[in-house]
Design a protein around this ligand. Sequence first.
Ligand code: IPE
Ligand code: MG
Length: 227
Amino acid sequence: MDGNGRWAKQKGLLRVVGHENGTKSVREVVEASAELGIKNLTLYAFSTENWNRPKIEVQKLMKLLVKSLKKEIKTLQDNNIKLSAIGNLNDLPKNAHSELLEVIDKTKENNAMTLTLALSYGSREELINVVKELSNKVKNNIISSDSIDESIINKHLYTQNLPDVDLLIRTSGEQRISNFLLWQIAYAELYFTPILWPDFRKADLYDALIAYQNRERRFGKTSEQLS
Ligand code: IPE
Ligand code: MG
């Protein structure tokens, strides 16, 4: 979800107003995804690197998180959506952390869609943790190093309960990954749109999905092998 700051700047507004308006796009995309029967939606809300932003902006983003969690619990319940989170959640301010855990708990029986928020998330940090955990397990003879394969790595990622990414959408015209789910997007289809996140609406999600439907996912095979 990129482009909140530029959206605000274009309008002569403060960056935080861009973030506020970005929450509308979140609601639209969450609702549209649930309506379409998408099982998993993961939103990159705040990266490990975002902590380096001006303190006032970080504070505002955390406040917005708390406010949105309080406000959108109804959207989650109405649409049978389970909330989940990945990242270094202990880094979040106490009230944001506890609000998050509360909504996760309240929605844990929902099963139409899993909405995962990546918060204080960094893919490299996630992978470093996997290496640490696995090396500890090898050291303590819980597993052998020979047994390490893709499935063991998957089971140690934050995303252990999620499938690989099918489609990754980045808004605002930037064409990079920025430390997001690096392992999990190995075979994802990438979709870049110039639309700034606060302008992103249901119809824009449909456009991305239509583009996705027209991709041929070969997973290394030839086109002929697929048909
Ligand atoms: C995305 O918008 C929101 C977060 C990363 C929290 P930006 O704040 O990155 O917006 P730009 O890139 O400055 O336009
Ligand atoms: Mg940005």
